[in-house]
Design a protein around this ligand. Structure first.
Ligand SMILES: [Zn+2]
Ligand SMILES: [Zn+2]
Length: 129
């Protein structure tokens, strides 16, 4: 990684450690608070390399098919708020999978991660008002 990129990598990693899931746009916005001259291309290069090095994986996309990164490379499930796009790591209990497979039927088995959509607490409250 070039000198110029290395300078930002730690900031990107620290930011992602806090948010756990972020898009290039969110990372750019965060970095620009500290380094006004950071470009979208730079952020794109950093996240691409972190993915290549398995330090980041791809999370379920945000609205508008925006790519989103995940700090956890371990297989895990997600809860996605369909209103505000909030993404949270969850682990769906193993016992639920056979029940889902039975509902899906036709001998299909669930092998990948699950994304469960709904409304987060904040949006549920706001939409009630
Ligand atoms: Zn929400
Ligand atoms: Zn995740």
């Amino acid at each position: 990684m070039t000198e110029r990129l290395t300078r930002y990598v730690k900031d990107v990693e620290d930011y992602l450690k806090k948010t756990r899931h972020s898009s290039n746009g969110e990372i750019l916005e965060h970095l620009q608070k500290k380094y006004a001259d950071v470009s979208a291309t730079t952020v794109h290069r950093i996240t691409t390399r972190l993915v290549e090095r398995s330090k980041l994986s791809l999370a379920p996309v945000a609205k508008g098919n925006v790519m989103r990164f995940d700090t956890s490379s371990e297989p895990h499930d997600h809860f996605l708020c369909s209103n505000c796009d909030m993404l949270r790591d969850v682990n769906v209990a193993d016992g639920i999978r056979p029940i889902l497979e039975q509902s899906i039927g036709d001998g299909c088995s669930i092998s990948g991660n699950l994304v469960i959509t709904g409304l987060c607490k904040k949006c549920t409250m706001e939409l009630k008002i």
